[in-house]
Design a protein around this ligand. Structure first.
Ligand SMILES: [Cu+2]
Length: 512
């Protein structure tokens, strides 16, 4: 990351480190004025708000609340699941996905994680602009919840929409630890007859490897392998997954299964409704290394929301969903039985459910779904609905985050620095409450990255959608704006689990 000239000095000589130059030393030496200005700009070292500061508590106290409290038990534990007849060992919150948590906007959630796993864990409430000390990022916002320990996440829900939760601990997300958090706005007109939550996942745990095995293989580097033709698997790594929509390399991990609401294609979920019904489908990509292209055969879908926030409705044949992203669509159902499919983008596999409005025969798993190659909706085509557009204020703070690294060395990072999970504030970028922040992600790599910001819902510059997770294509940049109105220490990172784990993360921190 780069917060102007000051960070260059910070890298060479930490302002807090023993090698710090005093201003006097600089004045006495033959140092250019640019360097002097740069040092002055980063002195004094910013003091950052802590997650338990009064500012965080005051922001929470000012949130509108209904007074209602929803208590949830999240028991994380090893378990055995059935994948189309195969018994598979994994970790989960009971079922996969966890039962949907559903509240009204302004309700308070009290979710107690009881950690029955052999490792420390945590729960992150993805996309929710909640109080910082409940964001669930170990070391940064709370102590890890140790094996056998427990922690109650207690927060008011600020915005309606489709959200989800998962651990922010190691590679646990690539097991079965995830679920949907749906926050309803009672004032929203809706205009649909039914709604379904659809959580997509790429699955290997307990089948071909554990996520930790995969991380080890990836981190081993692939430098010596040279160019490969086409599509192949080496261990748990995948070569040649390619997608035009993602600008090339689509993903690097071989998954033996793809799951829709915890079920593989051979054992699909069936959604039933009446012909003519209008149905809202809330898609959530809980995968770790897979974007999904979703479509309902024989139908067009109208996107109404992404990452919880409304957009000007846009109708197409398919929607592209990166890891961590959510899209809500509305469809009007035809008469019959139709595959609801999620193609693993660039990976030549797909998973399905069945949508049924009659007793027509179930279409075969491999039936052609022309919508998958039809008109594709991506975030750059969307515009925020009028009532969630940011006002026209110009940015008071401009930040650039460069996405760096590559597959060969597996050195994914931000600004060339691997994030240190044990010292997360080391290169924190200061922002100030009240700032309108313009954040530019510059992708200097040859691969796409789904970049996520905690605690805020930014807007794609130029009137684009409000989002918290966005695909940044290789060689391109994405400019987003947000209001710094939620004090604390917030992670921004790639939601490719393995990229994040090796260091493609950073922190935006509010100054005291
Ligand atoms: Cu990435």
């Amino acid at each position: 990351m780069n917060h102007g000239a000051s960070s260059r000095v910070g890298r060479a000589d930490s302002p807090r480190g023993p090698r710090q130059l005093s201003r006097r030393t600089l004045l006495g030496g033959a140092v250019g004025s640019a360097a002097l200005l740069a040092l002055a700009a980063c002195t004094p070292t910013p003091r950052f708000l802590s997650p338990t500061s009064a500012a965080v508590a005051a922001t929470e106290a000012a949130r509108q609340t209904t007074g209602a409290v929803t208590k949830v038990a999240l028991d994380a534990a090893p378990t055995t699941i059935d994948l189309a007849g195969a018994q598979v060992q994994t970790w989960a919150y009971g079922t996969i996905p966890a039962p949907v948590i559903r509240v009204r906007q302004g309700d308070r959630v009290q979710a107690t994680l009881r950690n029955g796993l052999p490792d420390a864990s945590s729960v992150h409430w993805h996309g929710v602009a909640l109080r910082n000390d409940m964001d669930g990022v170990p070391v940064l916002t709370q102590d890890p919840v140790s094996a056998g320990g427990s922690f109650t996440y207690d927060f008011v829900t600020p915005h309606s929409g489709t959200y989800w939760f998962h651990p922010h601990s190691g590679t646990q997300l690539d097991r079965g630890l995830y679920g949907a958090l749906i926050i309803d706005d009672p004032r929203e007109p809706g205009g649909y007859d039914d709604e379904w939550v659809v959580i997509l996942d790429d699955w290997l745990d307990g089948v071909s490897a554990t996520p930790d095995d995969v991380l080890q293989e990836l981190s081993g580097g692939m430098g010596g392998m040279g160019e490969m033709d086409g599509f192949m698997r080496m261990g748990n790594l995948l070569m040649g997954a390619d997608s035009d929509a993602l600008g090339g390399d689509a993903g690097d991990v071989y998954y033996p299964h793809y799951l829709l609401n915890g079920r593989p294609s051979a054992d699909p979920e069936t959604f039933r409704a009446s012909a003519g019904a209008r149905v809202r489908i809330r898609f959530i990509n809980a995968g770790s290394d897979t974007a999904f292209r979703v479509a309902l055969a024989g139908h067009r879908m109208t996107v109404t929301h992404t990452d919880g926030f409304p957009v000007e409705p846009l109708t197409g044949d398919a929607v592209l969903i990166g890891m961590g992203e959510r899209y809500d669509v509305v469809v009007t159902l035809e008469d019959g039985a139709f595959p609801l499919v999620a193609g693993a983008e660039g990976k030549r596999e797909r998973v399905r459910a069945v949508v049924r409005t009659s007793d027509a025969a179930t279409p075969p798993a491999d039936v052609a779904v022309p919508e998958l190659s039809g008109q594709l909706i991506t975030a750059d085509l969307l515009r925020a609905a009028a009532d969630v557009q940011l006002d026209g204020r110009s940015p008071s703070r401009k930040l650039t985050v460069r996405l760096t690294g590559g597959m060969a060395a597996y050195d994914w990072a931000l600004d060339g620095r691997a994030f240190d999970m044990d010292d997360p504030m080391k290169n924190a970028i200061p922002i100030t409450e009240g700032d309108r922040v313009r954040l530019t992600f510059v992708n200097d790599t040859k691969m796409w990255h789904p970049m996520h910001l905690h605690g805020h819902t930014y807007q794609h510059a130029g009137g684009g959608p409000r989002k918290d997770t966005s695909i940044v294509l290789p060689g391109e940049r994405l400019v987003v704006d947000f209001d710094a109105d939620n004090p604390g220490r917030w992670l921004t990172h790639c939601h490719n689990l393995y990229h994040g784990e090796v260091g493609m993360m950073g922190v935006l921190a509010y100054t005291d």
